[in-house]
Design a protein around this ligand. Structure first.
Ligand code: NAD
Ligand code: UGA
Length: 467
């Protein structure tokens, strides 16, 4: 296999943008094109104002500044990008299907298929096609068939190279990846393709962290990794419910079990429920695959992770209502945070959306302060639930630019996202500005609850018995 000189990536989203920026940074001899059908997104990736980049990630803007228009190019000419590259990453979205067979469960592969068809139509030279999107096991065979169908005498290799970065730490995760996974065919061509991709990652990662497997293991490992991570959160959240009844403290339990090196301390933070674009969609996909193969017990097992997560979001909102004398109608409730986790502007599947929706049902006035999320985004998130007319949502959802301004005259504050800034707020000042009794609902257990109680707050936290 000749050295790769040009790479193209179809899909300039949360994965395509940061991943290609790091590949370009570490491989200055390779030209990297990132293309998308969304013209506005590409315009923002090319914006001189780096605050406008469509993805907010610590460290990303610095890298983009260094390599953009040197060896990293964002544009919308997908055909040209396909023609130019020896290696093409498919990094488009694979959301849960909203129609037809597998509705609400299976991954919608229409965007991936469109990319494969476009590559088949346009390609004039051999291509290595890399699945970067998260896909159901055996998708590579469909991609291969679509590519082969044109019969142009070209050689295609399809690799699976799932991405494991987490939002908010994407750049660190890419630069210091625990492992990179590359699945390929056992044929001579497949092995050459694997080596070409290994070489790109070897520019900054030690060879032993680059794992190579067959394609199906790689595809399934990605779904499995997300299922295991989400399962840990649902497990600790299930324990949090029992803690609230018994007086055990969920953070103490997490520390005690996490000190066992077999269990480990990470991903044991009880919370208002996990969000993000992938955990739910990937587990639903795993459930669907199991059902497809008639493996109903395995399907039920994984589905329970989602059921527990829905319960956690629902009971957080229900607890707020019951604590506030069973009525929140007309009450001002401030949300600190709307993003699904700190250090990202991404709100997909954020617990905030579902909690706000449930409280709006109770006619509460929701005022939201988030350091990175726009008013438009919050509005759209609620519209997308389709629970009530848009105007009615707008009536109850209020956007706030400052955490102290937001709180004036509020009955309660709920910490939904674990942004660091919330830990260092002047809680004395906040208490003074609020109606009494002043309620705090800490959905992330990031505040000093004893200190807050001393100020006079009534504090409710996840997995802690009410005092
Ligand atoms: P995203 O929605 O942020 O980006 C996908 C982009 O693909 C969009 O900009 C869309 O316009 C573009 N697109 C769709 N169809 C296209 C086409 N035919 N041609 C050109 N562009 C097209 O999605 P994302 O968060 O980057 O996720 C992409 C994939 O990576 C998903 O499969 C996801 O499961 C997986 N993944 C995501 C993360 C994450 O943290 N977000 C992490 C690991 C894996
Ligand atoms: C997750 C995985 O961590 C990545 O490895 C994977 O690549 C990615 O999904 C994906 O496939 O999209 P991400 O969703 O970006 O990454 O962020 P996480 O840090 O995993 O957090 C997910 C959700 O779980 C957040 O809402 C977070 O607040 C919550 N969480 C996380 C907890 O409630 N408790 C924890 O202990 C950890």
């Amino acid at each position: 296999m000749k050295d790769i000189k040009t790479i193209s990536c179809i899909g300039a989203g949360y994965v395509g943008g940061p991943t290609m920026a790091v590949i370009a940074l570490k491989n200055p001899h390779i030209r990297v094109n990132v293309v998308d059908i969304n013209e506005e997104k590409i315009r923002l990736w090319n914006s001189d104002n780096l605050d406008e980049l469509p993805v907010y990630e610590p460290g990303l803007a610095d890298i983009v500044k260094k390599v953009r228009n040197k060896n990293l190019f964002f544009h919308t000419d997908i055909n040209q990008a396909i023609e130019d590259a020896e290696m093409i990453f498919i990094s488009v979205n694979t959301p849960t299907k909203t129609y037809g067979v597998g509705k609400g469960m299976a991954a919608d592969l229409k965007y991936v298929e469109l990319c494969a068809r476009q590559i088949a139509d346009v390609a004039k030279t051999d291509k290595i096609v890399v699945e970067k999107s998260t896909l159901p096991v055996r998708t590579a065979s469909s991609i291969k068939r679509i590519l082969a169908e044109q019969n142009k005498g070209l050689t295609y290799s399809v690799l699976s190279n799932p991405e494991f970065l987490a939002e908010g730490t994407a750049i660190k995760d890419l630069l210091e990846a625990d492992r990179v996974l590359i699945g390929g065919e056992e044929s001579e061509n497949g092995q050459k393709a694997i080596e070409a991709l290994v070489k790109i990652y070897e520019a900054w990662l030690p060879r032993e962290r680059i794992l190579t497997t067959n394609v199906w293991s790689s595809e399934l490992s990605k779904l499995t990794a997300n299922a295991f991570l989400a399962q840990r959160i649902s497990s600790i959240n299930a324990i949090s419910v029992l803690c609230e009844k018994t007086g055990a403290d969920v953070d103490e339990v997490a520390r005690a079990i996490g000190s066992d090196s077999r269990i480990g301390p990470k991903f044991l933070k009880a919370s208002v429920g996990f969000g993000g674009s992938c955990f739910q969609k990937d587990i639903l996909n795993l459930v669907y695959l199991n059902r497809f193969y008639g493996l109903n017990e395995a399907a039920d097992y994984w589905e329970q992770v989602i059921i527990m997560n829905d319960y956690q979001k629902h009971r957080f909102a229900a607890n707020m209502v019951s604590s506030m004398f069973n009525t929140v109608s007309g009450k001002k409730i401030v949300f600190y945070g709307w993003a699904f986790k700190k250090d990202t502007n991404d709100t997909r599947e954020s617990a905030a959306i579902y909690i706000a929706d449930q409280l709006i049902d109770e006619q509460a006035e929701i005022h939201v302060y988030d350091p990175k999320v726009s008013h438009r985004r919050m509005q759209q998130d609620l519209y997308d639930l389709n629970t009530r007319p848009e105007a009615e949502n707008d009536q109850y959802l209020h956007f706030e630019k400052d955490p102290y301004e937001a709180i004036r005259g509020a009955h309660a504050v709920a910490v939904i996202t674990e942004w660091d800034v919330f830990k260092s707020l002047d809680w004395q000042k906040i208490y003074k500005a609020m109606k009494k009794p002043a309620f705090i609902f800490d959905g992330r257990n990031i505040l000093d609850h004893e200190a807050l109680r001393e100020i006079g707050f009534e504090v409710t936290a996840i997995g802690k018995k009410k005092v």
